[in-house]
Each structure stands twice: as structure tokens, then as C-alpha cells.
Design a protein around this ligand. Structure first.
Ligand code: PLP
Length: 402
């Protein structure tokens, strides 16, 4: 008889955003006249920039001609895109990355979720708490997390690193030995960052403990402060101990187009086995590459025109973040993030849980956010708002709250 993977039964609740969507749909059914402002899910709202639209149109035309039609592309991504990534995201920042270390994919969600496949289930994982849920859930599915305890809301084989206002949202190095460390910077959900000096401690820890850092930099384009690294490879020695995940989703509004990339340095050897070769093998077996048209679109981001246009969109979201931060502060809330990231992390008023605050905000102000507890037990008492809405709805939301 067929048996299912019972690890899936250990997953907690449904995916956070489906629960939110259901609550909002129920509310709208009861109150069809109310205009709900959605500042919950981290999805962009501005259209694709003209440089990308033009490049994708051209690519579609090429696909419609016998001479320029292309079928399956390289699983790792076309050289034209990998070379631009190397040049613009690394070389211009003084970082040496080879084209063969870049693996183009259809999303950082899949890559961060899939990468754990390369490791034995006996490895210990460390995640921040709160955390982007994909890191934990993908390890739960793989059977790496042990038993879940209702009381603590924790898995017994996972090392949770709290990031709260008590430690300034800076995770402490684990006291126990861990093998795989997930870091997301700028952080989703807290919107906070680490300085180069703080990140160096993690690289040093990984080297000393033969651990691997899985560094998710999906929000890198939002960084404005000087001392905040745009890539973990700005830290000396990181190429020996870190994988980096990047995405065009938030950088260039590709959430619906789907393109990202993962850097797997050739230096990383585990017991003499090259992780670069292992990931290459995994991708060639399970993935057939990102569409040609999409990759031509991503390539257009790496032009003067493309950079200028995505910069304008990011500035638009940054301004929304400022409006939210200042609006909430004016209304008496304590807020974090929103400077180097599109997320604003606020403390919910005393006496309410994150979900109670969610319900109150939806019922009374018709605003949707994301309860902090959905990202982990230490997210309880916090709430996330995103800067990805329209300017009008962001302003209106702040007026309603005030
Ligand atoms: N990583 C983090 C931290 C995210 O917040 C998100 C999306 O919200 C992703 C990855 C997913 O990126 P992609 O759209 O490339 O799958």
C-alpha cells in the first residue's frame, strides 16, 4: 500500500498567507461595501518597467521565427544573463564570482526551499525566530525537525534564534552546534539588517564550526545604509561557507514573471564533495530552466535604463515605507524596519495577541497586515505591514489608523 511522507503531517496549520486570505474573503463576503486595504502579503503592485517589457516583446518575436526560435535552454540559465549578474551584482561591487557559480531559477522561494535536499536529515538547522516560513517548512517536509511541541510552538531538533527588540533584532550565535544556518537580510518579516561587522561574526562562526550559511538576500535592492552588505560575499571568507539567494521579484517587480538566482561558490567543499556540482546535478535532474523570454526580461534590468527604472520603483516603495513608519509613530506605535527593507514591524498594543490585532485592524479599519506570530513564536506581539501598496492606499491606511 502506498504510504505518504508523514513529515507533511507535522506542518503547522496551513500556509500563513492562505489563512489571511480566507479571513479577508470571509470579511468581504459579510461587508461587500467596505474597501479593504491590503498591506499584508509582500507582493509588488507597480507594473514591469518599460525596459523589461521591450526586451520580453523582442524575445517573444524571436520565438515566433524559425531562425531564432529556442527550445529547452541550459538548466543553469543562459550565459547572457549569468554574465550580466556576475558583472552588475558582483564585479561592480568588487566581488569575484564566476558565471558557473550562478544558477538562474524561477524563484528564491523554490531555491531556499529546495536547497536543503542536498543535506543529510541529521543536520541541525538554525533559523531566526520570527522567520520566513519556507526555511522551516521545507525542513519539516524533509524530516529534519523532530517533534513539534504545542506548548512552545517549536520543533525539538530546530535551533531557534530569537530576534526581538530585546536584542535589537540581531540574532545571537547559537550556543549549540548547528550545521545549516538560514539568514535573511534585509529581513523578512522584521525589516531589520546586520552591519558588515555583525555578519562577519556569522561567517567566522560557520568557518569554525564547519557550518553552512544559507543567505537570502531577496530584499537587497532596498538597502540604503552604507555599512549594510548587499551580498554576504562582501565578507572575507564567505565564499567558503555561504550560499546566496537573490531574486528579481522585489528588485524588478518579477513576482508574476518569476526569475531568481542562487550563487553556489566552487570553494565550498563538504568532505571533498563540491556543493556547486551537487546543486548542478540536482537542477539538471529536477529543473528544466527558466523561459528564454523571462531571462531576456531579467537581462534588461542590467542596463543603465533598466537600473534607472527599477530604482524609481524601489524609491516609490521606500517612500511608502517612510509614510507607514512615520504614520505609525505619530499614532503612538513602536516601529522597526522600513529603512533598508519594504517591511515595517510594529509592536501590537499591550493586551492583544498578533492575531487579535489582525482581527481588530481588519474589522475596525479594514486594513490587512500579517500577524507576527505567523512567522514564529517570538513574532508574537508584533505585526508586519508592507510598503508594496499604492501610494494612495498607503496614505489612506495611515489616515485610518491615526
Ligand atoms: N525570500 C524571502 C525572504 C521572501 O520574502 C520571498 C518572497 O516573499 C522570497 C524569498 C520569494 O522570492 P521569489 O518570488 O523569488 O520566489
Amino acid at each position: 500500500m502506498v504510504k505518504i511522507n508523514e513529515n507533511y503531517l507535522k506542518l503547522q496549520n496551513s500556509y500563513l498567507f492562505s489563512t489571511i486570505a480566507k479571513k479577508v474573503a470571509d470579511f468581504q463576503e459579510k461587508h461587500p461595501d467596505k474597501k479593504v486595504i491590503k498591506l499584508g502579503i509582500g507582493d509588488v503592485t507597480l507594473p514591469i518597467i518599460p525596459a523589461v517589457v521591450k526586451a520580453m516583446h523582442q524575445a517573444v518575436d524571436e520565438m515566433g521565427e524559425k531562425e531564432s526560435f529556442r527550445g529547452y535552454g541550459p538548466e543553469q540559465g543562459y550565459d547572457f544573463l549569468r554574465e550580466k549578474i556576475v558583472e552588475w551584482d558582483y564585479k561592480k561591487r568588487g566581488i569575484s564570482i564566476e558565471k558557473e557559480e550562478i544558477f538562474v531559477s524561477d524563484g528564491a522561494k523554490c531555491d531556499t526551499g529546495n536547497f536543503q535536499e542536498l543535506f543529510d536529515t541529521n543536520n541541525t538547522i538554525a533559523i531566526t525566530d520570527p522567520v520566513y516560513p519556507v526555511y522551516l517548512d521545507s525542513n519539516v517536509m524533509a524530516g529534519r525537525t523532530g517533534k513539534f511541541h504545542d506548548k512552545t510552538q517549536k520543533f525539538d531538533k530546530v535551533v531557534y534564534m530569537p530576534v526581538t527588540e530585546e536584542n535589537g533584532f540581531i540574532p545571537e550565535l547559537p550556543k549549540e552546534k548547528v550545521d545549516l544556518i538560514y539568514l535573511c537580510l534585509p529581513n523578512n518579516p522584521t525589516g531589520t539588517v546586520l552591519s558588515k561587522g555583525e555578519l562577519k561574526k556569522w561567517v567566522d562562526y560557520a568557518k569554525e564550526n564547519k557550518a553552512l550559511i544559507l543567505f537570502d538576500a531577496a530584499y537587497e535592492a532596498f538597502i540604503v545604509e552604507k555599512d549594510v552588505p548587499h551580498s554576504i560575499y562582501e565578507i572575507e571568507g564567505a565564499k567558503e561557507v555561504a550560499i546566496e539567494f537573490k531574486s528579481f521579484s522585489k528588485t524588478a517587480g518579477f513576482t508574476g514573471i518569476r526569475c531568481a538566482y542562487t550563487v553556489v561558490p566552487k570553494e565550498i567543499q563538504i568532505n571533498g564533495i563540491s556543493l556547486n556540482q551537487l546543486w548542478n546535478r540536482r537542477q539538471c535532474t529536477k529543473f528544466n530552466g527558466v523561459p528564454y523570454v523571462t531571462q531576456r526580461g531579467a537581462e534588461a534590468v542590467y542596463t543603465e535604463e533598466g537600473q534607472k527604472q527599477i530604482g524609481e520603483n524601489i524609491d516609490y516603495y521606500r517612500e511608502n515605507a517612510r509614510i507607514i513608519r512615520e504614520g505609525l509613530e505619530k499614532a503612538g506605535y513602536t516601529v522597526y524596519g522600513g529603512i533598508n527593507a519594504p517591511y515595517i514591524w510594529l509592536k501590537v498594543p499591550t493586551g492583544l495577541t498578533s492575531w487579535e490585532f489582525f482581527d481588530k485592524l481588519l474589522e475596525e479599519k479594514n486594513i490587512v497586515g500579517t500577524p507576527g506570530s505567523g512567522f514564529g513564536p517570538s513574532g508574537e506581539g508584533y505585526f508586519r505591514l508592507t510598503a508594496f501598496g499604492s501610494r494612495e492606499s498607503t496614505i489612506e491606511a495611515m489616515e485610518r489608523i491615526q
